[in-house]
Write a protein that binds this ligand. Structure first.
Ligand SMILES: Nc1ncnc2c1ncn2[C@@H]1O[C@H](COP(=O)(O)OP(=O)(O)O)[C@@H](O)[C@H]1O
Ligand SMILES: [Mg+2]
Length: 492
């Protein structure tokens, strides 16, 4: 998930949670207030009815002689049942409050004597849950009861006389849950609407904030790209936040330094190359100057030999030494010229498996005569590089030759060819004494040799050949204790 999306989701989730909690709290407060108001309203209505009934009944039988409870009850019952005005008064009260759906007056046995619902007169007045019961519920249960239930709630006032367990009259005011729900629903609707608007606005805001605050990161990316590609840095962006400006400034500074360093390095390399070329020309010239006189010296020496030897045979040994030294000088000059002359490598696709196989074929007879086992597993597939087959073969041959020379008393020569990532590797290892750590740099130097008859040319030549192919050589230790040379070339 992108950073932008994560920011967006987090901010919107926060707003959704906050508005849900706030909406719930708001609805709860609205409901509680409303229920309390309704409770008071219905109770007041019941009290008003009670006062009215007392007044009317009092009028009709105050002059009675019989003061027994039964007589009083009967008196009240008769007065209420026969009162024509009471239903009208009750209906009037009902019309004042929308939530109140029924007002009834019953006797002590809950038989309805008068009601706004005339059909119920004479019927039983059942007990209902009171509004106070609803108010006492928890917020969630209360809301569920209001939204789901289809029951009516009551407010009740009893009219009793001293010393009597049963009341004389019961006055019941009914509140409809349907009307209750209808009163609450608009509140829920408007709260939901406000919440949805808040979430929408928050999402839009979050989108813009995420966009704006992430822009500088894209800027920094562009600056880094400029630095990496060596282009001139584009002018700084002024509108980003100051924290990012500081980072961008530092990055630009770094970029300038990096550019300077790179230019310096390029110049240095250019001048190095020019100097090396000059040195090469010079030394090459000198070697040529030596080579030509050396040739004529060798020629003259042969002539001299023919002249002197018949007369002074004792001079043979000196002449032989001189001849030998001239030959050596000639070899030195020739290899020197080989190394300084710029080589043109002919590139073609070369299969290292085949190349190594041919080299091993040449060396095998000699190895066997020295008691050396050759372990070479030709690879199944092809291991391809682009390069100069002649140069590469020479390089492999030199390394193998050294390995054989390192095992005069016999041993095993291991050769393998493999692909390693983007490289093709030829690994040659032996069971000889190995190369000492301090010699690992030196062995590649021209003329460095630890052998009495060594020329010190082999590894220098190998190094140069591998380098010309953009590869490298590593010297390691073979598991058998000897040396392990790895020629690493870029695979084709
Ligand atoms: N397989 C090897 N084991 C031990 N030493 C080695 C091995 N290959 C090269 N060397 C060391 O590197 C030196 C340089 O090798 P090289 O350039 O081929 O010259 P040369 O073989 O004529 O001595 C060798 O004299 C030897 O000391
Ligand atoms: Mg050698």
């Amino acid at each position: 998930m992108s950073l932008k999306l994560r920011l967006l989701v987090t901010m919107v989730a926060l707003v959704v949670i906050t508005s849900l909690v706030l909406s719930a709290m708001h609805l709860n407060t609205v409901t509680e207030t409303w229920l309390a108001h309704l409770d008071e309203r219905s109770y007041t209505t019941a009290q008003t009815v009670k006062r009215w009934v007392l007044h009317r009944a009092g009028e009709s039988f105050t002059h009675h002689e019989d003061n027994s409870a039964a007589a009083i009850r009967a008196g009240y019952r008769d007065a209420i049942s026969s009162d024509d005005e009471l239903p009208l008064v009750l209906a009037g009260m009902l019309s004042q409050t929308k939530s109140i759906v029924e007002i009834s007056v019953a006797d002590e046995h809950s038989t309805i004597l008068a009601s706004t619902n005339r059909a119920r007169v004479g019927a039983h007045m059942p007990d209902r849950l009171t509004l106070q019961n609803l108010i006492d519920l928890g917020p969630v249960d209360r809301m569920l009861a209001i939204l789901g239930g289809a029951i009516d709630y009551e407010s009740r006032v009893d009219l009793g006389i001293l010393g009597q367990r049963l009341p004389i009259l019961r006055i019941q005011v009914l509140v409809s849950s349907v009307l209750l729900r209808e009163a609450i629903l608009p509140s829920i609707g408007s709260t939901a609407l406000a919440s949805a608007a808040a979430v929408l606005i928050a999402a839009a805001l979050a989108f813009f904030v995420a966009r704006i605050s992430l822009q500088p990161i894209a800027r920094l990316g562009a600056v880094i790209d400029d630095i990496a590609s060596g282009h001139l840095l584009s002018p700084p962006h002024v509108s980003s936040a100051s924290e990012f400006q500081v980072v961008e400034q530092k990055l630009r500074l770094l970029g300038e330094q990096f550019r300077g360093a790179r230019e310096g390095a390029t110049q240095l390399r250019g001048s190095m190359e020019r100097r090396l070329a000059a040195i090469n020309r010079l030394t090459g010239g000198v070697a040529h100057e030596i080579k030509n006189p050396l040739n004529s010296i060798a020629l003259r020496l042969e002539l001299l030999k023919n002249r002197i030897l018949p007369e002074v045979p004792e001079a043979k040994e000196e002449l032989a030494v001189i001849s030998e030294e001239i030959n050596r000088l000639d070899r030195v000059v020739r290899t020197f010229l080989d190394f300084t002359r710029p080589v043109e490598i002919e590139t073609a696709e070369v299969d290292l498996g085949i190349l190594v196989d041919e080299t091993i074929g040449v060396l095998k007879p000699e190895a066997e005569s020295s008691g050396i086992d050759v372990s070479w597993a030709k690879p199944k597939g092809s291991v391809l590089v682009r390069g100069d087959a002649g140069l590469l073969k020479q390089a492999v041959w030199n390394v193998c030759r050294n390995a054989l020379e390192a095992m005069p008393g016999g041993g095993t020569l291991f050769v393998e060819t493999l692909r390693q990532g983007a490289d093709a590797v030829i690994r040659v290892s032996d069971t000889g004494p190995g190369v000492a750590d301090e010699d690992r740099e030196k062995v590649f130097q021209l003329y460095y040799s630890t052998k009495p008859q060594g020329s010190g040319i082999g590894l220098a030549m190998t190094f140069r050949a591998v380098q010309l192919h953009g590869g490298s050589i590593e010297i390691g230790s073979a598991s058998a204790g000897g040396a392990a040379f790895s020629l690493r070339l870029p695979a084709a």
